[in-house]
Design a protein around this ligand. Structure first.
Ligand code: HEM
Length: 448
């Protein structure tokens, strides 16, 4: 006998559909319906179960992972852009690709990228003038795009950076418009929006295939993901076809910048609102680095900086929901999810659930002190997902954010006027600040 599952009401479904009320709905649903609630989405096309509970989330993402595929947004609507890359591929093919790519994302390998991250962050903060108002989200998007561009393709992408940035934004905009629609139009239909999206993908393809051809032709081996992708061999000794190299590169490009940029933006926002935490972070950086650029070896000496970043990801998880689709009837902890139905893991709902985090709306980096982290309920904090599809870039993202914060916050602050209204979230594919994040630059250090 399986337990019955409460159903979300029609008016609640409208709250989920509307961007302005979506996050509030996701944060309050467990109080009204408990750990799992049923609803239909996308004009009734899919039946979905909204899961706001660490034990159930663990069952879907880890224990019974083989009973699920990714949700339709990734496997279908984003496919024209991502192809069969790691984020959207499935089954044995995904397992094989993941095995091949995993060593390149190991912490030891990532150390090679630390210099690029610090150099780019230092250059970005030097461009900011004391007293000017900037959109911190824009600054972070450009910075993380430059970082992923250079670590993926080496310096060659520099010349085409503006074109890539524009095409990537166009393609992302189109994708998130499709996924947001009441009844999404298949990506292959020649609507004006789809045609715009396809044009953007074609521009990106031109740049990426150009870089692949150039690298193959020159035979030069570099310290970047592209050289690594071209050198990879499967168990039978075969190399990846160009189309697969393109799909993996496009996936890393896309998955690897907007998430990190948004998490960093929310971190600076929270620091501006919590001067005591900001001063503690600055003290840690000043005491340990004394004005010099950080390296990978410094990170273990800067624990508070990482605690701040994790707490920002708890309050504003960039991937605020994760979707799966049942391949067969699955029973999780006595609840039935029927074949074809979706399980939507409500990451932000768990991160802000008072049953899991005391006073959950309060910004408190101490929750991530090494001692406190040990007592956190298992699977309650899931910014990177879990199980076989856990973010492969999680070590990269944490190292990148740690180094970006250490480089920038040593020299400047981003401030907001005390009277400025709170910034609202805009839940698109990731959790962005609505209307950007205008903040005033205050230099902490005077340099020649
Ligand atoms: C703060 C930054 C980041 C966050 C919050 C984040 C979050 C996530 C999440 C939640 C997933 C799992 C999605 C699911 O289970 O459906 C994921 C997958 C993935 N992420 Fe990240 N990510 C971040 C940064 C990065 C970076 C820097 C890279 C690459 C350099 C990256 C590459 C990927 C890839 C390739 C996958 C697919 C893995 C697979 O399915 O095997 N991510 N990410």
């Amino acid at each position: 006998m399986t337990q019955s599952i409460p159903t979300v009401t029609f008016s609640e479904r409208l709250r989920l559909r509307r961007q302005e009320t979506r996050i509030d709905f996701l944060m309050t649903v467990p109080r009204r319906h408990g750990p799992i609630a049923r609803m239909s989405i996308w004009g009734g096309f899919f039946k979905a179960h909204l899961v706001t509970d660490p034990v159930l989330a663990h069952a879907v993402l880890v224990e019974q992972a083989d009973a699920f595929t990714k949700g339709p947004a990734l496997t279908y609507f984003m496919r024209p852009m991502l192809g069969n890359g790691l984020l959207s591929s499935e089954g044995e093919f995904h397992r094989k690709q993941r095995r091949m790519l995993a060593p390149s994302f190991m912490p030891k390998r990532l150390a090679e990228y630390a210099t690029t991250i610090v150099a780019r962050s230092d250059a970005a903060r030097r461009c900011l003038r004391d007293g000017e108002t900037v959109d911190v989200n824009n600054v972070m998007m450009r910075l993380t795009l430059e970082i992923v561009g250079e670590t993926l393709f080496g310096a060659e992408v520099g010349a085409e950076a503006a074109e890539v940035h524009e095409a990537l934004s166009d393609a992302m905009e189109q994708m998130s418009r499709t996924v947001r629609a009441v009844i999404p139009v298949p990506p292959t239909w020649p609507t004006p929006g789809n045609r715009r999206g396809m044009r953007a993908v074609a521009r990106l393809d031109r740049v990426i295939y150009g870089l692949i051809n150039e690298r193959r032709r020159s035979g030069v081996e570099r310290n970047d993901f592209l050289s690594m992708l071209l050198a990879l061999r499967d168990e039978a000794g075969g190399s990846m076809p160009d189309k697969q190299v393109r799909d993996e590169a496009m996936t890393i490009f896309l998955a690897g910048h907007e998430t990190t940029a948004n998490a960093l933006t929310w971190t600076f926002y929270l620091l501006a609102q919590h001067p005591a935490a900001r001063e503690r972070l600055e003290r840690e950086l000043d005491d340990h680095l004394n004005g010099r650029l950080p390296t990978m070896a410094d990170l273990s000496k800067l624990p508070y900086t990482m605690m701040v970043f994790k707490e920002a990801m708890r309050l504003y998880p960039p991937a605020y929901v994760i979707a799966r689709r049942a391949l067969r009837d699955v029973e999780i902890e006595g609840r039935l999810i029927s074949k074809g139905n979706l399980a939507i893991i409500n990451i932000i709902g768990m991160h802000r659930d008072p049953a899991l985090f005391a006073d959950p709306e309060r910004f408190d980096p101490e929750r991530f002190s090494p001692e406190a982290e040990k007592t956190m309920p298992k699977s309650a904090f899931l910014p990177f997902g879990a199980g076989p599809r856990v973010c492969i870039g999680n070590h990269f993202a944490l190292m990148e954010a740690h180094l970006v914060l250490a480089t920038i916050a040593q020299h400047l602050r981003f401030e907001r006027a005390p009277s400025a209204p709170l910034v609202e979230v805009e839940p698109l594919v990731t959790l962005r600040p609505r209307g950007g994040m205008p903040m005033t630059v205050r230099r902490r250090t005077i340099e020649a």
